[in-house]
Design a protein around this ligand. Structure first.
Ligand code: FAD
Ligand code: MLT
Ligand code: ZN
Length: 477
């Protein structure tokens, strides 16, 4: 993290920002700003002139107009749980131009209103600062559920999940955040307010703002509110912790589960080294016999309004399995799920002990290429001398590669992401490109494609004030 002193104070901009949101919501003091200036991993971050906390769409529009008029860089931030450096200022300036521009962080956490649940439409309108957990709680209080879930649920927000097109464990059933957004309101760089929150299931009426803004990582506009899809709340859930001999066996199991018609809600994967780490972190033994060094663990959840245990057990009986533990009791299920849910926390604790932040990659490849990718990633880690902790979302071929104590992260990234591209995969499955991977986007997008993306960005944000350097590199290479 950059240790430069506070930079870019601009008294006329400060006055305009105070006019927009009030003095209490313009945080200038270094102590008040510091928590916003470093990301969750501790790997990314840099200084800002101020943190602005707008509470209404009008106030945010006034903030954007002030920043646009002054050419100030705006970093949208909410839960600050993003893992690719997109929610914090850059450590070094992205370009000479940026070094002359003041930088403000716009915190969206105050947009925390939740509207009434519309049971007929199975939708709800929420503020962008509402956390995933509050979305889930609101849906459950109305007898429904939210289609998305992941471990950062208590801090990660709807705006952040939209901006990153977040995924998590239920994508196998309901898709990513992109599939959940049926309406959106956002403020553009010049303060214009765009979008619609009607949530009509059928409408063809020009530009579809959700399609444009989901996954745009705060580079095209700031999301203020969203109309979100809800799904049924199932009466029964069964969780299986399955130890297998190989990734090949895990993929066979996935195929069986899919073709059996079992009501799959999650199919997660934990590699042996990752299981060891989380077992140590939790101080509890693995629920099923741990796999050998070449094996793997798959956690399967099925959920339905009837008890799906027999269906799941029948499918597991046909598969080639080392050991299985099954839970239906909510407390036992939760204890089992902790081995997956608390993995990121276990990695963060290990990196704190090492005194160096983890180097994280979030990739996906076609299922047929998963074994090859894992072998290459393991070899790259071995060559670097770091410890590789891998786990993820099996059904989407989405693996999180966490390098503990990596000596040369750039070299690992070039090698592993190059291989991912060669295998027909993606360099970001669900965390986004952020600043961390902007230099690698060319591996999976053509020059024409990147130019067209830049043209859309320039049309909506001609002064490049919104998250410059995120997704599309601004630094000369
Ligand atoms: P932030 O971190 O504040 O911001 C993330 C990005 O969104 C930044 O580029 C920011 O500029 C932009 N942004 C934020 N709010 C807005 C807004 N209102 N309008 C426009 N842009 C905005 N991610 C997954 O997909 N799946 C997982 O399973 C998963 N598990 C996680 C587990 C842990 C323990 C942690 C720490 C993170 C995990 N993440 C996961 C990553 C992270 O939680 C998600 O990316 C989340 O969507 C970020 O939300 P946030 O509110 O924290 O956003
Ligand atoms: C997860 O699936 O737990 C996450 O995406 C978080 C991570 O990769 O650390
Ligand atoms: Zn994940």
């Amino acid at each position: 993290v950059d240790a430069r002193p506070d930079s870019n104070g601009d008294p006329t901009l400060t006055t305009a920002l105070i006019d927009a949101v009030g003095a209490d919501d313009v945080l200038i003091d270094a102590d008040l700003r510091s928590g916003y200036e470093t990301d969750w991993t501790g790997r990314y971050g840099g200084p800002s002139m101020a943190v602005i906390r707008p509470r209404t769409t009008d106030a945010l529009a006034a903030v954007m107009r002030a920043c646009n008029d002054h050419g100030a860089v705006v970093i949208p931030q909410a839960g600050n749980t993003g893992l690719v450096g997109g929610s914090v200022p850059p450590a070094g300036q992205e370009s000479v131009q940026d070094s002359e521009r003041p930088t403000v962080i716009v915190s969206m956490r105050s947009f925390d209103d939740i509207g009434p649940v519309d049971r007929d439409a199975m939708q709800v309108t929420v503020g962008a600062g509402v956390t995933l957990a509050r979305w889930q709680a609101a849906a459950r209080a109305a007898g429904l559920d939210a289609p998305l879930d992941f471990a950062a649920r208590d801090s990660a927000t709807i705006g952040g999940a939209i901006a990153t097109n977040a995924g998590g464990s239920r994508v196998v059933r309901f898709g990513t955040m992109r599939q959940q957004v049926v309406g959106i309101e956002a403020v553009l760089a010049d303060g214009s307010v765009v979008g619609s929150l009607s949530g009509l299931p059928k409408e063809t009426a020009g530009m579809h703002w959700p399609s444009l803004l989901v996954g745009s990582e705060g580079t095209l506009g700031i999301v203020t509110r969203a109309r979100l899809r809800l799904v049924p709340r199932f009466a029964h859930t069964v969780t299986a912790f399955v130890s297998l001999k190989s990734i090949g066996d895990a993929l066979d199991l996935l195929r069986r589960l899919r073709t059996s018609g079992a009501p799959l809600d999650a199919v997660e994967v934990i590699q042996p080294e990752a299981l060891d780490l989380v077992v140590d972190h939790l101080g509890r033994p693995s629920p099923a016999a741990p796999p050998s060094a070449t094996g793997t663990v798959v956690i399967v959840e099925c959920a339905a309004n009837h008890d799906p245990t027999d269906e799941l057990v029948a499918t597991l009986a046909d598969a080639s399995i080392v050991d299985t533990a099954i839970a239906t009791d909510p407390r036992q299920r939760e204890a089992m799920l902790e081995f997956r849910d608390r993995m990121t926390e276990a990695i963060a604790a290990a990196s704190t002990r090492l005194g160096t932040p983890t180097f994280k990659l979030d990739v996906a490849v076609p299922l047929s290429a998963l074994d090859d990718l894992l072998s290459e990633a393991e070899q790259a880690a071995l060559d670097d001398g770091c410890r590789l902790i891998s786990f993820g979302h099996l059904a989407e071929g989405n693996i999180h590669l966490n390098h503990l104590g990596a000596l040369d992260p750039d070299r690992i990234a070039r090698r592993v992401l190059g291989e991912v591209a060669r295998l027909g995969g993606t360099i970001s499955a669900e965390h986004g490109i952020g600043r961390a991977k902007a230099a690698h986007l060319h591996l999976i997008r053509s020059a024409d494609d990147l130019r067209a993306q830049q043209a859309i960005k320039t049309a909506l944000d001609p002064n490049a004030i919104l998250n410059p350097g995120v997704v599309i590199e601004t630094r000369e290479r």
